[in-house]
Design a protein around this ligand. Structure first.
Ligand code: FO1
Length: 313
């Protein structure tokens, strides 16, 4: 059973890991946001691709969800001695990923090819695909002015109110053949519990992706990243609010109207079921907070069964 999942960083990677655990090897493809990619010291950093790759390889840092387990930061300390700003915590082993990616991109490989090579070397059997090989950068409008995504997210610890989101370059991006093929051959399409504005939003904004999704008859289900009116991780709740969206599973469902067949919501949000159904979606109510590998696998199985139930209807 071929599954194509759409993910941003930490929350998305967790469900992707659950899907990988319950599916036969090779049946999962994860299409990942690249709109928070950026360059630092000449290196091309792809935080969401790496978070998904390290998580699926079983080597991610369990405390942060990003970066590598047991990482050291000696190179960063040396950069600090040279007077560089070191707010973006690049670990020593993580640097190897960025060095190799940058070098291969400079030798004219695509990001899709480089990602396949890196994840293959780490033993990942699922396919990890950047949403596009073309660059996009997220710029946030805030009361302090416009901020690059990592400046907002890491350097300023997401404290600024987000008044607008620009996906710079998105109109010139194209979906890759690999992404289009993964969508068209998928039996189920899963939208992971990632930020609908800055993680799933950019993927859906790549020209051609919405059309590819619309022409697939596979069930499309999302797991809500908002539980009990709060984001499980990151600034999604405050961002939804400042951008005028409802901060609830229903608010997320409204953002996906016309795209999804079903939403998975947490038990705590059970009373939102009827309202989401009124939007034309089916609803699965379950425990959606993933605390460990067992939770991830259970939520993944339930989400896939939920999708399969729609086909049988
Ligand atoms: N997130 C942080 O909050 N602080 C960091 O210092 C940080 C470093 C970092 C290094 C490599 C990497 O792949 C990701 C890293 N992240 C860090 C996470 C990342 O920037 C964000 O989680 C995403 O961009 C949002 O999805």
């Amino acid at each position: 059973m071929k599954v194509c999942a759409f993910a941003g960083g930490v929350g998305g990677a967790k469900l992707a890991a659950g899907l990988q655990d319950v599916l036969p090897p090779g049946d999962l493809t994860v299409v990942v946001n690249t709109a928070d990619d950026f360059d630092l010291w000449g290196l091309h950093i792809c935080p969401d691709l790496d978070t998904v790759m390290y998580t699926l390889a079983g080597i991610s840092n369990p405390e942060t969800g990003w970066g590598l387990a047991g990482e050291s930061f000696d190179a960063l300390s040396m950069l600090e001695r040279y007077g560089e700003e070191t707010w973006f915590k690049l670990g020593d082993r993580d640097l190897a990923t960025h060095i190799l990616r940058t070098s291969r991109l400079r030798s004219a490989e695509t990001l899709t090819e480089v990602t396949a090579a890196l994840s293959g070397s780490l033993g990942v059997e699922s396919t990890i695909l950047p949403m596009s090989d073309d660059p996009v950068s997220t710029v946030l409008e805030t009361p302090e002015g416009r901020l690059e995504f990592q400046e907002y997210f890491v350097r300023r610890a997401q404290r600024d109110e987000v008044l607008g989101v620009e996906l710079r370059g998105i109109e010139s991006t194209r979906p890759t053949g690999a992404v289009l093929a993964a969508i068209s051959r998928a039996d189920t399409l899963v939208f992971c519990p990632s930020n609908p504005v800055v993680s799933v939003g950019p993927i859906l904004a790549v020209p051609g992706i919405r059309e590819a999704l619309a022409s697939s008859s596979a069930p499309k289900v999302a797991v809500s990243p908002i539980v009990g009116g709060r984001a499980l991780k990151g600034p999604a709740d405050r961002m939804l609010s400042s951008l005028g969206h409802e901060v609830s599973a229903t608010g997320v469902a409204k953002m996906y109207v016309g795209l999804l067949d079903g939403m998975v919501v947490d038990r705590i949000d059970e009373e939102e079921r009827a309202g989401i159904e009124d939007l034309g979606m089916r609803v699965l109510v379950t425990e959606s907070v993933m605390r460990d590998a067992e939770d991830r696998a259970r939520l993944a199985s339930e989400t896939l069964e939920f999708g399969a139930g729609m086909v049988a209807r």
